[in-house]
Design a protein around this ligand. Structure first.
Ligand code: 4AD
Ligand code: MG
Length: 477
């Protein structure tokens, strides 16, 4: 097959009548003469000028939205407005016809709901092309950030026998015949007869295993699929999402916060540079969408928001300080919060997090030192005996983007805490052993990758920033 040149590369070259070949899918075909061809490499489509003398009527008729074709011709400076260059086609080879009667993607604006229903084709729109190119560059930037700083990429198991967060929202993994589940004499499910000889689930976090790696390799990070069977039908939750979990040895909570803040600023700075065209497109999209909303409900312009995050330090405060701010806030006093803030120790809801970042501080906020009762068993107990060395990073429009902590490295304290929280210590000896043999202060955090993509693209539904979303009631493809 003829070698193809991607449109992203061609657009950087000087059009001087050289012969080139492009391969892609027709977006529009205007006046029976101008094809907008997109090959996915960049948001910009190449204008292909068709010489009707050279093409049969039959071929012309087959050029409709969605048609896949290979065009060869001369690349010249564009005569028309709206593009810098165009390809004057000498040959067009159609590899796949479309059907203008039934093809769902017409050359007009489609709603996101419509595109979600046609999820198999939504990749072919400008919006989703931009989102998934940005998603790729964000993933790459994350790997680069950690690699450049000496972190090792550690793959933790997807099928696991432990419940890392102790929240119990897991999907069971089994090879048992569900119609004839083996039982013990006591009538319990007999997992000994299952594939792994024990109860297993899809992982909710790779953290506990990452800790094993960090306490030998120094600094590690995971980047893998994560599963939660919580029945959260929200625009911020997925049942299958990707999480990045760095774990750093000989580190405390401040080191952890510094790492998280630096990482976010680095990766956002990276895509601001690399994905300028896609971001500009999404920024304009957001602006158009917001035009009809009252001023107060409009989102901050996307590029302005991203630049602000890169250039400004995050606000850091403790849960207790945030609690006092929230308790005395207008919406709380006027009963506007669905969950009123009254007693110290309550968990913060998304409405509270968003009040802090969007109304009070107008920037990302790192909340630290949460009450122990609303956090996981592995977080390090503070001297007050009431709070733990936890940190959550909250960002505008989303709420919690990152959750992390310094880990409880003291064997006796950890052991007591696990007992208190009914975490089975005998099954977790492998975890406790890191504290038995050569323990050290260490810390880490989890970044929800889709929430990051959501934040960077300015989209409002998490189902739109993962290629194949899984959520309650839906596991298509
Ligand atoms: O706060 P979480 O539950 O923290 C942990 O799992 C720790 N083990 C992380 C660590 O310290 N290594 O989850 C971390 C992040 C959240 O801040 C959120 O961004 C994302 O994961 N997240 C989800 N994203 C999409 N859908 C869901 N259902 C999510 N649940 C958590
Ligand atoms: Mg959390």
């Amino acid at each position: 097959m003829n070698k193809k040149t991607s449109i992203s590369i061609l657009l950087k070259s000087k059009p001087e009548g050289q012969t080139v070949t492009v391969k892609g899918w027709v977006r529009t075909f205007r006046n029976n003469q101008f094809i907008a061809l997109n090959d996915g490499s960049i948001i910009t489509s190449m204008q292909i000028v068709v010489d009707r003398e050279l093409l049969s009527e039959d071929v012309l008729k087959r050029i409709t939205p969605g048609t896949a074709l290979i065009a060869t011709g001369k690349l010249i400076e564009s005569q028309g407005r709206g593009q810098t260059m165009e390809l004057v086609a000498e040959e067009i080879l159609i590899t796949g016809d479309s059907n203008p009667e039934t093809y769902p993607l017409q050359p007009k604006r489609h709603s996101l709901e419509f595109l979600r229903k046609n999820g198999h084709l939504r990749f072919r729109t400008n919006t989703f092309g931009a989102i998934f190119r940005i998603r790729h560059h964000l993933a790459f930037a994350i790997h680069k950030f950690f690699n450049d700083r000496g972190f090792f990429y550690l793959n933790t198991p997807i099928v696991t026998g432990s419940d890392a967060e102790g929240a119990g929202e897991m999907f069971a993994v089994t090879a048992m015949d569900l119609g004839a589940i083996p039982r013990t004499e006591e009538g319990e499910i007999d997992y000994k007869q299952d594939f792994f000889g024990k109860e297993t689930n899809l992982t909710v976090s790779g953290q506990l295993e990452a800790e094993l790696g960090a306490l030998a390799l120094g600094n590690v990070y995971t980047f893998g699929p994560t599963f939660r069977a919580e029945n959260s039908n929200t625009t911020r939750h997925l049942a299958e999402f990707w999480m990045i979990e760095p774990e750093i040895a000989f580190a405390d909570l401040k080191d952890d916060m510094d790492l998280a803040e630096n990482m976010l600023q680095y990766v956002i700075g990276y895509v601001l540079e690399k994905c300028d065209k896609d971001l500009a497109f999404l920024a304009e999209r957001l602006e158009n969408e917001d035009k009809n909303k009252p001023q107060a409900e409009r989102a901050q312009p996307l590029l302005e928001k991203l630049k602000f995050v890169v250039e400004n330090e995050f606000e850091r405060l403790t849960y207790t300080e945030a609690f006092n701010i929230l308790r005395n806030s207008k919406p709380n006093k006027k009963g506007k919060f669905a969950y009123p803030i009254d007693e110290w120790g309550v968990d913060l809801q998304s409405e509270h997090e968003r009040y802090l970042v969007e109304k009070k501080f107008k920037k990302p906020v790192i909340l630290t030192d949460y009450p122990k009762d609303i956090k996981a068993f592995y977080m390090r107990m503070n001297d007050d005996g009431k709070t733990v060395a936890a940190m959550d990073i909250l960002v505008p429009g989303i709420g919690e983007l990152i959750g992390g902590s310094q880990r409880e490295e003291r064997l006796d304290v950890l052991h007591a805490r696990m007992k208190e929280m009914n975490i089975p210590t005998d099954e977790m000896q492998w975890y406790l052993d890191t504290r038995v043999y050569g323990t050290c202060p260490h810390a880490g955090f989890g970044l929800g990758f889709e929430r990051l993509v959501l934040f960077v693209t300015g989209m409002s539904n998490i189902r739109d920033v993962i290629p194949f979303p899984r959520y309650p009631g839906s596991a298509e493809f």
